[in-house]
Design a protein around this ligand. Structure first.
Ligand SMILES: Cc1cc2nc3c(=O)[nH]c(=O)nc-3n(C[C@H](O)[C@H](O)[C@H](O)COP(=O)(O)OP(=O)(O)OC[C@H]3O[C@@H](n4cnc5c(N)ncnc54)[C@H](O)[C@@H]3O)c2cc1C
Ligand SMILES: *[C@@H]1O[C@H](CO)[C@@H](O)[C@H](O)[C@H]1NC(C)=O
Ligand SMILES: *[C@@H]1O[C@H](CO)[C@@H](O)[C@H](O)[C@H]1NC(C)=O
Ligand SMILES: *[C@@H]1O[C@H](CO)[C@@H](O)[C@H](O)[C@H]1NC(C)=O
Length: 427
């Protein structure tokens, strides 16, 4: 097999994971990233289920992740005056994860670990993006770039540029929002300089009327990590309820912060300190929660991995799906050697059953996060209090865990094979 030339677009989670495995298969890999440097913003993300399986196959990865775990011991749901309603602890067991995962790591740290593991094997080009792709009849794709990277022919182009992938729009000749389904909420993530948790490693979450969710998590450096979520259920007259958020988003970071501040005004609890911190922070990231559902993950020799192909939205599985997808794609391409279309088909066949399960949010989780009314909050608090009490009683009540279904799904259910990564010597 001659050496495959592969272009990967996006250097967050899916991109570097794909780069790792394609390099292992002996391919010639280039990764481009739209931003001028690796993006390190974001809060805790979970590695669960199939993500844990793939992490354990990467040399030294689990150790690196364990060294960088977010320090949170659990999460407490509190009332406006700070009194706890329910406490969710970690289980202390990676195979038996609770609502708080054993592998919670700051997104920027995970991205950095993956970048460090691959930067000597593959070429990273920052501040670059694709402007056009010309598919040839026998497969290879000629790619033009925006900022001066020379036009190049690739055997395979892998889009890992997130839920609103522009590369997907170019490759599938569709609009950016085609195949994107809104979950009717958005979230903002940022750090603040004040330690509102006063040294505690237990995170705190608070919800108030209007579907507003606020959470503060600890950080080893003494600052706090804040997550805000704002729910916007569709009404009879308005379906596209997150449009104002997207418009503020387009208008730039200051407009977006102002939009968030207006939405959370009057929340109570620690909102005033959080707002001060948000206005001053430099690592602000906010995005609408969406799912991506594609009829097909590839077109010719162009293929989607991670959020670009199957964003999971509120399932909390996005990162794990991205890691598993990158591994399965590289493994199937390596296995089918001379026949790329057979490899792409095998990737699709492996992903479909996983997506069918893991793209499904656990029932009621989004409404449970942030009810709209005072009565809804009251009911939710009682249910959550009950669930956490029962879960603390252990395996005898594991059927309660089953209610949350996919969030706890073990990986053994899905076939994540060990591939032969033989490196071809001919070229
Ligand atoms: C800065 C940032 C912060 C995040 N914070 C959180 C968080 O706190 N909690 C959470 O649950 N999820 C967060 N996410 C999303 C989370 O990383 C993903 O849902 C998941 O890990 C799957 O990752 P992905 O690699 O498929 O896509 P993403 O993580 O969305 O990464 C896409 C990458 O592609 C780059 N890119 C975008 N467009 C182009 C283009 N046209 N050309 C080249 N490169 C492009 C982006 O800059 C980014 O690096 C964040 C994502 C980013 C980029
Ligand atoms: C690898 O890819 C780079 C960039 O596309 C190219 O310049 C180089 O010639 C390729 N190397 C081989 C061995 O194909
Ligand atoms: C959670 O952990 C804390 C301290 O580690 C402990 O006091 C508490 O009882 C635990 N709660 C549950 C529900 O297991
Ligand atoms: C490649 O695989 C496809 C689908 O699996 C098959 O139809 C085709 O005949 C194969 N091509 C070659 C050259 O083997």
């Amino acid at each position: 097999m001659s050496k495959l030339n592969i272009l990967i677009v996006g250097a967050s989670i899916a991109g570097p994971t794909a780069a790792y495995w394609f390099a292992k298969a002996g391919a010639n890999v280039t990764v481009i990233e739209r931003f001028p440097q690796l993006r390190t913003a974001g809060q805790q993300i979970d590695i669960r289920s199939v993500g844990v399986s793939v992490m354990r196959k990467m040399d030294g990865m689990e150790e690196a992740v364990r060294r960088n775990l977010a320090p949170m011991e659990g999460m407490q749901l509190v009332r406006g005056d700070g009194r706890p309603i329910a406490t969710m602890n970690k289980t202390g067991d990676a195979e038996q994860q609770s609502l708080v995962s054993e592998f919670e790591i700051f997104r920027g740290d995970l991205s950095r670990i993956m970048y460090d593991m691959t930067k000597d094997q593959v070429m990273y080009v920052f501040n670059e993006q694709v402007t056009a792709m010309h598919h040839s009849a026998d497969g290879p794709i000629t790619v033009d770039f925006l900022n001066g990277h020379p036009t190049t022919v690739y055997d395979l182009v892998v889009a890992c540029d997130g839920a609103t992938s522009r590369t997907r729009a170019i490759g599938f000749d569709c609009a950016v929002r085609d195949h994107v389904v809104s979950n009717h909420y958005w979230a903002a993530f940022f750090s603040i300089k004040d330690d509102l948790l006063k040294g505690s490693l237990m995170g705190q979450a608070y919800t108030t009327i209007g579907g507003r969710f606020l959470a503060i998590g600890p950080d080893p450096t003494g600052i706090n990590r804040v997550t805000l979520q704002s729910m916007h259920p569709p009404t009879k007259t308005e379906k596209d309820t997150t449009r104002p958020f997207r418009e503020a988003s387009k208008a730039g970071i200051t407009a977006l912060k102002t939009h968030v501040a207006e939405r959370f005004a009057g929340s109570g609890w620690q909102w005033e300190q959080i707002e001060k911190g948000m206005m001053a922070t430099e690592d602000f990231y906010a995005s609408e929660s969406v799912q991506v559902h594609m009829p097909s993950l590839s077109k010719g020799h162009f293929v989607l991995v991670g959020d670009a192909g199957y964003a999971g939205g509120p399932t909390g599985m996005g990162t794990s799906l991205a890691m598993a997808g990158a591994y399965l794609l590289a493994g199937e391409i390596a296995t089918h050697k001379t026949n790329l279309s057979a490899g792409l088909q095998a990737y699709e066949d492996r992903m479909r059953p996983i997506l069918k399960d893991l793209q499904k949010p656990p029932p009621g989780v989004t409404t449970a996060m942030a009810p709209q009314t005072a009565w809804g909050i009251c009911v939710r608090n009682w249910i959550l209090w009950g669930v956490t009490c029962v879960m603390a009683m252990g395996p005898a009540f594991s059927w309660i865990g089953a209610l949350f279904g996919t969030a706890f799904a073990g990986a053994e259910k899905y076939d994540i094979p060990d591939y032969e990564w033989e490196v071809s010597s001919s070229s």
